[in-house]
Design a protein around this ligand. Structure first.
Ligand SMILES: Cc1cc2nc3c(=O)[nH]c(=O)nc-3n(C[C@H](O)[C@H](O)[C@H](O)COP(=O)(O)OP(=O)(O)OC[C@H]3O[C@@H](n4cnc5c(N)ncnc54)[C@H](O)[C@@H]3O)c2cc1C
Ligand code: SF4
Ligand code: SF4
Ligand code: SF4
Length: 414
């Protein structure tokens, strides 16, 4: 019997699914099986649109169409859960199996905490994620750094620290470190991301740790919940999936790679946050950058933490309508409302027409708030800091200052 905590090598029984899958096609086989056996009403996955730079979120209700979503698209920088809230009624009345990266899984939990999505109706098939590259940046990188016409590329992957492309007439790989030093490569929030194996999902799937004769042919599955165990067990018993116990050496390697990614994430955080400067310099930088805002509200619309019917940034007594440049209040409202729970998904930065580094500003605040309150966003259903004030913790915080008011002795640097 498959149980929570198991580590498996898995591959699709169907040879076409296995061939089209990124690794062993296990994710596609599981999604298809969930739909076929009516565990879910629909599958939400990513399909290739015009080309491999074009990742299209798709709702699939016919099991034969699930195969169209096989394969990983590293230019798929989108976030799925807010789409489920907006266009699928927050999965309140239908069940969906969804493929999700770490940031998607975190967003699911944050929306569920705010009662915007019914997690009981979501089967989360997580995929490990080393990072994603914005499509326009990827095209520029491929023509400038790889000196290849981006339209001739038919496959891209991130493997062993390299960005690899296959194109008409050959393949080429360049180290991600080298690309990122020159301003190419993964999105900046991805460089700082530390949600590499999404264990809050029902299953975490990836290629890390698949060694020996199964290398490249199987998917590494970590079973993270009972729901995940049941799905795998059912898919095995109906002949949709094959599994074997993961190689212990492979498990060890996977752990080492994950740790190396944490270290890389930490060093990118240090570099980016220090780059913001300190004190008044930091304030000046944030104010100068955010003064470019044209109030398109894309950051609000796409942030998984923003769930209000009408954002306070639209209230005329906070932010004067029809006035540009907008007041700093617009951004202060977002900092105040979101920074305790920001999951560093990068949507606010990527979708900003004025290229304001919104995610960097918010993430720099979130990491300090996490150190202060010990609240880690997106990992479980623990309520947001301001939704649960506990008397004991409040008293302890006041006592820790050694004073009778909240004024001094709060920060280490004082
Ligand atoms: C951006 C990205 C980065 C990744 N980086 C790593 C890594 O560093 N290490 C590692 O071990 N594994 C990584 N993976 C996971 C790995 O590529 C495979 O997805 C996983 O091993 C499952 O393989 P499979 O053959 O079972 O999947 P398949 O059967 O091929 O199914 C892949 C699933 O991923 C979905 N998908 C494709 N693109 C996206 C996207 N952009 N966002 C959300 N879902 C998507 C598809 O809809 C499909 O459901 C990454 C995946 C993505 C999408
Ligand atoms: S934020 Fe993290 S999980 Fe999301 S795409 Fe970037 S690296 Fe992957
Ligand atoms: S503030 Fe930006 S990075 Fe943070 S959760 Fe919202 S959209 Fe994502
Ligand atoms: S996305 Fe950019 S321009 Fe649009 S409201 Fe947000 S910060 Fe302003």
């Amino acid at each position: 019997m498959v149980a929570k905590g198991d580590m498996l090598y898995a591959w699709a029984k169907d040879s076409e699914v296995q061939k089209k899958g990124e690794c062993g096609g296990a994710v596609t086989a599981l999604l298809k099986h969930a739909l076929e056996t009516k565990m879910v009403d629909g599958v939400v996955a990513i399909t290739k649109g015009k080309d491999l730079y074009d990742a299209v979120p798709t709702v699939i209700t016919n099991a034969d169409d699930v195969i169209k979503s096989a394969g990983s698209l590293h230019c798929g920088t989108l976030l799925i859960p807010k789409l489920i809230k907006k266009y699928l009624n927050g999965a309140k009345d239908k069940k969906y199996a969804v493929t999700c990266k770490g940031c998607d899984a975190m967003a699911f939990y944050e929306l569920a905490k705010r009662n915007q999505i019914n997690l009981d109706n979501i089967l989360m098939i997580g995929v490990n994620c080393g990072g994603s590259v914005s499509p326009v940046a990827a095209r520029r990188m491929i023509s400038e750094k790889f000196e290849v016409d981006p339209d001739t590329v038919h496959k891209e992957e991130i493997d062993k620290g390299q960005f690899i492309i296959e194109f008409e007439g050959g393949h080429k790989g360049i180290k991600i470190d080298e690309l990122e030093e020159e301003g190419y490569g993964r999105r900046s929030n991805c460089q700082r991301c530390k949600m590499k194996v999404p264990r809050q999902a029902d299953i975490a799937a990836g290629n890390w740790g698949v060694i020996g004769d199964k290398a490249g042919k199987a998917t590494f599955l970590e079973v993270c919940s009972e729901k995940g165990a049941n799905l795998i067990e059912s898919a095995k018993s109906k002949g949709a999936l094959e599994t074997e116990a993961a190689n212990p050496k492979g498990i060890e390697i996977r752990g080492k790679v994950e740790n190396a990614m944490f270290k890389l994430g930490d060093s990118c955080r240090k570099r980016d946050f220090e780059g913001l400067g300190t004190g008044k310099d930091r304030l000046k930088l944030i104010m100068t950058e955010s003064a470019k805002c044209v109030k398109c509200y894309a950051c609000v619309e796409n942030c998984p933490i923003c769930y209000c019917i009408e954002c306070s940034t639209k209230k005329p007594w906070y932010v004067a309508p029809g006035v540009l440049p907008t007041s700093f209040m617009f951004h202060l409202i977002r900092f105040a409302h979101v920074s305790d729970s920001c999951v560093n998904c990068g949507q606010c930065e990527e979708l900003c027409p004025m290229e304001i580094p919104n995610a960097l500003f918010m993430h720099s605040q979130q990491t300090e708030i996490e150190k202060m309150f010990g609240h880690v966003p997106g990992r479980d259903m623990s309520p947001p800091i301001h939704a649960l004030a506990e008397e004991k913790a409040e008293r302890a915080r006041l006592e820790a200052t050694g004073t009778d008011s909240i004024y001094i002795n709060i920060f280490d640097e004082e």
